[in-house]
Design a protein around this ligand. Sequence first.
Ligand code: 6CS
Length: 283
Amino acid sequence: MKKLAFLTGIAGLALGTVLAATATGSADDAKLEQLKEQGFARLAIANEPPYTAVAADGKVSGAAPDVAREVFKRLGVPDVAASISEYGAMIPGLQAGRFDVITAGLFMKPERCAAVAYSEPVLCDAEAMLVKKGNPKNFKSYEDVARDSSATIGAPGGGTEEKLALNAGVPRERVIVVPDGQSGLKMVQDGRIDAYSLPVLSISDLMKKANDPNLEVIAPVQGAPVYCDGAAFNKKDTALRDAFDVELAKMKKSGEFAKIIEPYGFSAAAAISTTREKQCAAQ
Ligand code: 6CS
């Protein structure tokens, strides 16, 4: 008898959720209601300043989480909580429900646009390489790395730079997966890789903090596109993504968006001048 009561209770709960979702227009809206209830949105980040950063006390900052925090606040979700993930694990984690949204500078590319529901563009950037002073192997492009059979390049696992290097013809064994910026910096300093590639603002941040006169930045990497990211939602949460876009558009219009991202070095105009549609079609 008890089991029947339990099952009846579950069925009633499920029915209630569906009715609530239907009442608010779609099952997607239930996601926003759930986040309001939860009190925070779970962000996937990489801890790659100035895109994303986690301080020693756990405080999350960076242009992407700061924009997301403000948008969610306007949607009635008071806070955000972040988990650090490798770029290549972000989309599987989102699809598995480990995160509510990816806000990490995950650049829009056709294959990613097919896998997630991106917001409109937020952060745009070109690509860079960190090399020894004097650029001894004379790298200007990923193709230059491919042409030099002794050259190695480091990049994030599952990241855009890894893909660009492989697509330029650098053999798999010469593209070294590097877990984070500090490791990449050290590997170049120690001569364990000839170049470390990240977006321009990330490499510039590393260079500034390293303050090492024996290093040099090649920026932009010739032939590499300028990419833009967006907040990336699960494909079943398009109503939440649309609600995010409404607030993002208001912030772009009011100047609030520029006030958040430009102190980090990003251009609001660059994001405002393009669209998700253009970014997902290009590259
Ligand atoms: O979208 C990506 O894959 C790249 N985005 C950033 C901000 N850093 C490196 C990563 O490969």
